[in-house]
Design a protein around this ligand. Structure first.
Ligand code: DQQ
Length: 595
């Protein structure tokens, strides 16, 4: 989508230039701003796919989350935004604030950062991050897009600072007179040079930031380290890490995590008992990969603990649709929190004509290193989301009979939080011939298993799980389920699938089936699943958040009050449920902040 929208960008350039600062405010945009009635009309028109408790702008295109922070009582979320349309282009930093990470208010009449009029960001203010300087001032490093000629679209790194650093809402930002503070070295590809991370401070007193890049061999993804004493003069030192074959690394992120604790750490933390996580967004396949390893404070390099699951080739934050994510340390509660962009799966035309908007932010996730495996991150929706719970339905200890599809009384509608704990079955010797599919995991990708053993497949243990956003007669349904088989070493292989193939009668939407293996330890007695449903998005957290899959769906029948929910088990074996809890989710009204 981003690629195809480039041409739109070219044609809309003229609008973009109108946005440039005039006397310090974006007066052109203000004049074009719609009334509240217009806004409500847009909102209604874009139902039923508009989400009710995910962050999205009132209209138009949004992509990457940028520069999140907690500052003087407010959470701040900035985002890549096109003020002029529902496709990518004219990118500015939109701005929203919240007291609890869930109830957001727009601050979009004065965008935080708009490209131009100077050359270094004349065609857009691309992704970046916030760093708290020593005196507590939040400083933004962001990428400027500068089309110096029609052939050369170089990227530069720039600094923006708050006009009033005592304003808790941080409404006005100015650009440093020193911009661009970083330009690519002559040997670098300046068109593949973007998305500065939050800077961390080393024991030597230098700030360091990473710039995502691709080497000039065109195939090696990398992240350049730049260092600075004063946050203004930056110097390239070396690459923190790189990996052949991974292509352009967008939106890198690096942060410490405790080996044994769930609370988060600021990026400069240095203690015994911590590991580092490095994350990159691969432009090649639009997925976010992470790896756990060691950041060497002398050489300033990152080394993955397990080279076979190094950055870009191993674990992902999410096995569905989730990209350009960024984490931040929440100074209010001491958590590390992750935001990620969830793109649409319908067509560009739908975005322009029927919805008028495109892109949402996934529910913010708290994350920490899984102390049981040492390689996985655990991600769970921030607990503030539970404040939207209404009308709880609970069931304990029951059987999900083989071959059954069962509605659950009281669980209904397009806004749900469903949490289920299944008993993990015992592996019985006399069942092995059914359980063992004769392959090792390496020979069959989980996604292939999910596609081949779809929800309609009759397996042995599984598929079992939930049908959400379902038509009453199941003509439309999004199935989220486990499928179990036994490996040659006689251990369970659990696969979590999100099957969109029957999610909509529409034919021109992407219905890719997502799936992945879930690490289930022998010591674990249960398989867990949490599905968060919000009109056109389903976020599934498996095994306590060890594995996450996010899907977009656009049902035509299973909308609003006609969205039904079922438990199902299409295997030939009964499955025992330990507990089932579900809630309807209240809507969040995201409107402009009244000052
Ligand atoms: N989106 C931004 C870039 C980044 C990409 C432009 C990732 O800075 O590399 O909108 O989606």
């Amino acid at each position: 989508m981003v690629g195809s929208a480039l041409s739109t960008f070219q044609s809309e350039r003229v609008h973009f230039q109108e946005l440039h600062y005039q006397d310090g405010v974006h007066s052109q945009y203000r004049e074009q701003e719609g009334s509240k009635a217009d806004y409500e009309a847009t909102r209604e028109q874009s139902r039923p796919y508009r989400t009710a408790f995910h962050f999205q702008p009132s209209k138009n295109w949004m992509n990457d989350p940028n520069g999140m922070m907690y500052f003087k009582g407010w959470y701040h979320l900035f985002y890549q935004y096109n003020p002029f349309g529902a496709l990518w282009g004219n990118i500015v930093w939109g701005h929203a604030v919240s007291k609890d990470l869930i109830h957001w208010k727009y601050l979009d009449d004065e965008f935080a950062i708009v490209g131009g009029p100077d050359w270094y960001d004349i065609y857009g203010a691309w992704s970046g991050s916030t760093t708290f300087l020593d005196d507590g001032t939040p400083a933004m490093l962001y990428t400027g897009w500068s089309n110096v000629s029609s052939e050369v679209q170089i990227q530069t790194q720039n600094l923006a600072l708050p006009v009033d650093k005592n304003d808790p809402l941080l409404r006005r930002w100015y650009k440093s007179a020193a911009n661009p503070v970083i330009v690519a070295e002559p040997w670098m590809d300046a068109t593949k040079f973007r998305d500065p991370t939050e800077a961390w401070k080393g024991k030597d007193g230098y700030w360091r930031t990473l710039i995502g890049a691709r080497l000039t061999d065109n195939v090696t993804g990398t992240a350049h380290i730049y260092k600075s004493k004063d946050f203004i003069k930056w110097k390239y030192t070396h690459d923190i890490h790189s990996l052949n074959g991974t292509g352009m690394w967008e939106c890198p992120d690096i942060y410490p995590v405790w080996e044994e604790r769930k609370d988060g750490l600021g990026v400069s933390a240095s203690y015994p008992g911590i590991k580092h996580v490095m994350k990159v967004s691969l432009d090649n396949n639009k997925h976010d990969y992470y790896s756990v390893g060691v950041y060497n404070e002398e050489t300033h390099t990152f080394t993955a603990d397990q080279p076979s699951i190094d950055v870009g080739i191993g674990l992902r934050y999410d096995y569905g649709k989730y990209y350009a994510s960024k984490s931040f340390f929440d100074q209010k509660t001491g958590r590390r929190i992750l935001f990620g962009w969830v793109n649409e799966s319908d067509s560009d035309l739908d975005a322009i004509t029927s919805k008028g908007w495109s892109g949402i932010q996934a529910v913010p996730r708290k994350l920490w290193l899984d102390p049981k495996t040492g390689v996985d991150l655990i991600q769970v929706p921030v607990e503030e989301l539970d404040g939207l719970h209404r009308a709880k339905v609970t069931k304990e200890r029951f059987t999900l009979e083989a071959g059954s599809v069962t509605p659950v009384e009281g669980v209904h509608g397009p806004q749900l939080d469903v949490q289920i704990k299944f008993f993990k079955p015992e592996i019985k010797e006399d069942e092995l011939e059914f359980l063992f599919n004769g392959t090792d995991r390496a020979s069959l990708q989980a996604q292939e298993i999910c596609s081949q053993m779809g929800a309609a497949h009759r397996g042995y243990y599984g598929p079992f799980g939930v049908l959400v956003l379902s038509a009453q007669d199941l003509q439309e349904r999004t199935a989220v389920y486990y499928y179990l088989q036994v490996r040659k070493d006689r251990k369970w292989d659990a696969v979590i699938c999100s099957d969109q193939s029957r999610s909509s009668l529409q034919t021109d939407v992407d219905k890719t089936v997502y799936g992945t293996y879930v690490r289930v330890l022998e010591s674990e007695k249960y398989l867990t699943m949490r599905a968060i449903v919000d009109h056109s998005v389903v976020e599934t957290f498996a095994q306590g958040g060890r594995t996450v899959v996010t899907s977009r769906v656009y049902p035509t029948l299973a909308i609003n009050d006609a969205a039904f929910f079922y438990l199902f088990n299409n295997g030939t074996q009964d499955v025992q449920v330990h507990s089932f809890n579900a809630w309807k989710m209240e809507s969040v009204d995201i409107v402009k902040l009244k000052l």
